[in-house]
Write a protein that binds this ligand. Structure first.
Ligand code: FUB
Ligand code: ZN
Length: 704
């Protein structure tokens, strides 16, 4: 084909040059021909350029959550509670706490900023984002009308040139300590002007997609145009103090196709690593690591600093890399990911070990009782790992995503939908309480980033379940329901899933192509089903032979081919063809890398994607002294009556008791119960632990 093209091209040119140089043609006609040709070539060149640009994106495309219908027993109630409880409660809190009043005062240009943080505006943006996503799958005219009133208010709070930041607009002469005396001057510290903008763009994208209305989008574009006029290579310089604007700008680019937004996203990323910090200092604020500003992004190799900032930045880098083809970004986030999963990831999928600076700890610094694990960091970890999958098509990223989602992230959301954890610790001890670490969920926080972030992640969960690269169709998460997509030939295809995941490993996937079609179905075999606790070498299961997973198509076993953690079934699919899969749901004993000092001699319990923990309420009031001997047997018990319906783990523990006079210890054998970690702290406060000593000598402290 290519040879044919070149040949035709050459022939066309010889005819053309003959024509324009022919003495038979008058000069005027020759000039006209040349002009027309130049214009044609210019158009061709521009079209080729934009075609090439338009083609650059993630090699794998997620099936959007709007094409996914959820009937799942585990997720459907959670999405419904988010819609009916969390989103309304979040709007109510924004009103009750003065966040909406801030916009009213900014609109009036008078008053006094009445909440704590200048980024409190984002709680409204994030809730609008969550509400819009929810509207898209569940129309609700009342909610839509309420959002419209908020958007009108936001518009009146916006300054004529597009600037939008209530903390200054209310009274520019009296701004708080985090806000600079002029626009942007404290951006690199803590003003969050660009962070607010980023969340505004994310909300505007969601609202436009959900409703087709441009009201919020226009506010966002006016703001982005202002920012683009202020910041850039030959303009003002700054590395945003808190990342998220990069992802937001990419979304504006996706809607408008205007490259200036993509360029600005890249510019903000490339601004990092330009300030002179004290590289010898161990203090993350002095060495720049807190903001991931210690080095240019392309030379960063470790997950450091404030965890939410970090994962939002890595997500932004993935987006920009996908859209521009920048390999250096991909190399950097690949290395950072390796560092995170090999040295900085909790067994629950949580990240950000240290409370001071809400940041990643050092390598292998993963304490249990002071584990910070901000809910927002888990949300960002899901965003990041999803993007890594879309870049590389490897199931290991979904393993991390799934671990975070079902454990550290869900722990952040109370089952009532209106109480939340900001921190998600792995251990509560009676004799040790840390002021940073929460022991019960709250309805709201002075800094309420987590509850409002929850409103937007939950409706997007179905969007992580499926993906497609041409006729390669990925099934990543096991969520009952269906997904609609099109094959490369434009044939409609519906995929249906039925399972009782995460409680049961039996999964049925059926395909309904409109016409018989050749497709590769790639079904993820979770790492945990193949004897891999998590990617990396931080955690491993008690060694056992991996159980071979034998899928059946239409009831008959098929030959297995594995690729990057996926079962690949490549065949002609007819309407009604189905795949059955049985994932082993044995209870797994998980052990930590020897370098995880706090977990030496301890074991954690996992079943399917869920981590388990023991709580005082099920275990005679105390869990810090429960010893689970290595050979101890464990069993499962289904408890539909408990915590919204869970499977609990049961076993026998050895419990030491110190004699009254303190001179001797005796031990008793007692039965113990563990519940899914995400469900802890719903039945009062008390001790909780994810890791259990296997021997008495590994108990932390038994003197109290
Ligand atoms: O700074 C804005 C948000 O507040 C961060 O993402 C959270 O970690 C909290 O500090
Ligand atoms: Zn948060």
């Amino acid at each position: 084909m290519a040879g044919y093209g070149i040949f035709t091209f050459k022939r066309y040119f010889s005819v053309y040059f003959y024509a324009i140089s022919s003495p038979d043609l008058n000069l005027k006609r020759q000039q006209d021909m040349i002009r027309t040709t130049v214009i044609c070539f210019a158009i061709l060149f521009i079209s080729c350029q934009s075609f090439a640009q338009a083609k650059k994106d993630y090699p794998i495309q997620a099936i959007p959550f709007t094409n996914v219908k959820v009937t799942d027993n585990f997720w459907r109630p959670r999405l419904e509670i988010n819609r009916t409880v969390t989103i309304p409660a979040s709007f109510e809190q924004c009103k009750a706490t003065g966040r909406i009043k801030n916009f009213e005062m900014a609109a009036a240009r008078e008053g006094k900023f009445c909440t704590v943080y200048p980024f409190d505006d984002t709680d409204i943006y994030k809730t609008i984002e969550g509400a819009s996503y929810s509207l898209k799958v569940h129309p609700d005219p009342k909610l839509e009308a309420y959002i419209d009133t908020l958007i009108t208010l936001i518009k009146s709070a916006q300054e004529p040139d597009g600037y939008l930041y209530t903390a200054r607009t209310i009274d520019p002469m009296n701004v708080g300590r985090m806000v600079g005396s002029e626009r942007w001057v404290k951006e690199r510290e803590h003003s969050h002007e660009l962070y607010n903008a980023g969340h505004l763009y994310e909300a505007a994208y969601a609202h436009y997609l959900a409703t087709g209305k441009k009201s919020l989008l226009n506010i966002a574009l006016d703001n982005a145009n202002l920012i683009e006029s202020v910041f850039g290579p030959a303009k003002r310089h700054v590395a945003p103090g808190h990342q998220v604007i990069e992802m937001g700008l990419v979304k504006l680019y996706r809607i408008t196709g205007e490259e200036k937004y993509l360029n600005l996203a890249k510019y903000f990323l490339d601004e990092r690593g330009r300030v002179k910090y004290d590289s010898m200092s161990k203090d993350v604020f002095r060495n720049g690591m807190y903001w991931q500003d210690h080095k240019p992004v392309t030379t960063q190799t470790e997950a450091v600093g404030h965890a939410v900032r970090a994962v939002y930045m890595y997500s932004g880098m993935a987006d920009v890399a996908a859209l521009t083809g920048d390999k250096d970004y991909v190399n950097a986030i690949d290395k950072i990911w390796e560092n995170a999963v090999n040295k900085k990831l909790y067994v629950t999928g949580g990240i950000g070990a240290a409370g001071d600076g809400e940041r990643f700890g050092n390598d292998y610094e993963l304490p249990n009782a002071t584990a910070y694990c901000e809910t927002c960091a888990s949300i960002g970890n899901v965003y990041w790992n999803h993007r890594m999958f879309l870049l590389h098509g490897d199931s290991k990223y979904i393993d991390v995503l799934e671990k975070s989602l079902y454990n550290s992230l869900l722990s952040g959301i109370g089952m009532d939908g209106k109480t939340f954890f900001y921190t998600n610790t792995l251990q509560i001890k009676d004799h040790f309480r840390h002021p940073d670490i929460e022991t019960k969920r709250s309805t709201w926080f002075p800094c309420s980033c987590c509850p409002t972030n929850v409103t937007r992640i939950l409706p997007s969960v179905p969007g992580y379940a499926y993906a497609q690269r041409g006729d390669d169709v990925y099934v990543n998460l096991f969520i009952s329901g269906s997904a609609d997509m099109k094959t490369s030939k434009g044939t409609s295809l519906t995929i249906k899933q039925e399972s009782n995941y995460p409680w049961d490993g039996n999964i049925r996937i059926s395909l309904e192509p409109q016409r018989t079609s050749r497709l590769k179905l790639l079904v993820r075999v979770p790492g945990w089903a193949a004897q891999k606790a998590l990617p990396g070498d931080l955690y491993h299961f008690k060694p056992a032979d991996a159980v071979a997973i034998q899928p059946k198509v239409n009831g008959k076993p098929v030959e297995i081919k594995m690729d990057k953690g996926y079962l690949v079934i490549d065949r002609e699919w007819r309407k009604g063809d189905y795949v059955e899969l049985s994932l082993p749901m044995d209870i797994q004993k998980v052990y930590g890398n020897d370098l995880l000092a706090e977990n030496v001699g301890k074991v954690a319990l996992q079943r399917g994607p869920l981590m388990y923990c023991a709580e005082a309420v099920d275990n005679s009031g105390k869990v810090s002294t429960l010893v689970l001997p290595a050979g101890g047997k464990l069993s499962v018990e289904s408890r539909p009556d408990l915590l919204g319906g869970v499977v609990v783990l049961k076993g026998e523990a050895t419990v030491p008791t110190i004699a009254q006079d303190g001179t001797s210890i005796s031990t008793q054998v007692r039965s113990f119960t563990a519940i899914p970690y995400y469900a802890w702290a719903h039945r009062g406060e008390g001790e909780m632990t994810v890791w259990f000593p296997e021997k008495i000598k590994a108990i932390d402290i038994i003197s109290r």
